[in-house]
Design a protein around this ligand. Structure first.
Ligand code: ZN
Length: 280
């Protein structure tokens, strides 16, 4: 697993090739391909090619698979009946191909680099947005929030998020502003009237952080696919961190711009934040 460090190429041995939805699921000993996560499907799986012999085989998708250690079939995506990381199962990166590649063959793996880079940019922008949004909403908490982010602000992002979708050069994050969030101290009154102000504050903070050209890295505690990896970014305000299974740029300055658009539902109970980034 070399994608957390940013790799897009590799050479490895095929350890399994099994039928899956849409073709064959090929598993190799070590891969640069990022798979869609089953538990938190935010960043899409990489696409690219697998070279074997004289053949150049398209990798149409890359997903997370699991096999019971006691024996059984390879399952992928929502078919996996246990929690992500269940120790009685082996967790695997599954490359979805149209045809089978024999076990023990050595193959070359090439992630489509332009799409990967755009997804990494979108993912880095997404995490920066989350921290900037926490900052812009910090004075909307009536009492001490039940948790704060790494910069010490009430963690609206982690307390309210219901879904995050990384797209090339952007992300769409959905937050629920319901009864339980209000009970925990978030003041939702008047939010609709302040959306422009909040948008300006978030965009301003993002521009500062991009100008600071802060270093970005992923801490990888172990080689397992389901290990709890940590995104780290040394911002002017402090060292930020967030749990993350995706891929990222190396510096915030690799983003040229990042801007958000906020949309609050008519009932005021759902906030959608669309982030768009441009590469420097
Ligand atoms: Zn992430």
């Amino acid at each position: 697993m070399t994608f957390p460090a940013g790799a897009v190429t590799g050479r490895s041995r095929v350890v399994a090739a099994l039928p899956v939805d849409g073709g064959w699921g090929v598993v190799v000993a070590e891969t640069p391909f990022h798979p869609l996560d089953t538990a938190w499907p935010d960043q899409p799986g990489d696409t690219g090619v697998l070279r074997w012999d004289e053949l150049e085989l398209p990798v149409a998708d890359c997903v997370t698979g699991a096999v019971p250690l006691a024996g059984g079939a390879l399952l992928t995506g929502e078919d996996v009946p246990v929690r992500r990381g269940d120790p009685d199962w082996a967790w695997l990166v599954v490359h979805v191909l149209e045809r089978r590649v024999p076990e023990d063959e050595v193959v070359e793996l090439d992630v489509e680099p332009v799409r990967r880079r755009a997804l990494s940019a979108g993912h880095t922008g997404c995490h920066l947005m989350a921290l900037a949004l926490n900052g812009a909403l910090a004075d909307r908490w009536r009492k001490d929030a039940p948790r704060t982010d790494a910069l010490g602000r009430p963690d609206f992002d982690q307390l309210a998020i219901t879904g995050s979708r990384i797209v090339p050069n952007g992300s769409v994050d959905t937050y629920r502003i319901g009864k339980s969030l209000r009970k925990r101290g978030f003041v939702a009154e008047g939010l609709a009237d302040e959306l422009d102000e909040i948008t300006t504050a978030v965009n301003g903070r993002l521009a500062e952080w991009i100008a600071a050209d802060a270093g970005v890295r992923l801490d990888v505690p172990s080689e397992e696919l389901t290990a709890r990896r940590l995104w780290r970014c040394d911002l002017p305000e402090g060292k930020a961190s967030l749990p993350c299974g995706g891929t990222h740029l190396r510096r915030t300055g690799q983003l040229g711009t990042a801007r958000v658009r906020l949309e609050l539902s008519d009932a005021g109970d759902e906030l959608v934040v669309e982030t768009r980034v441009e590469s420097a």
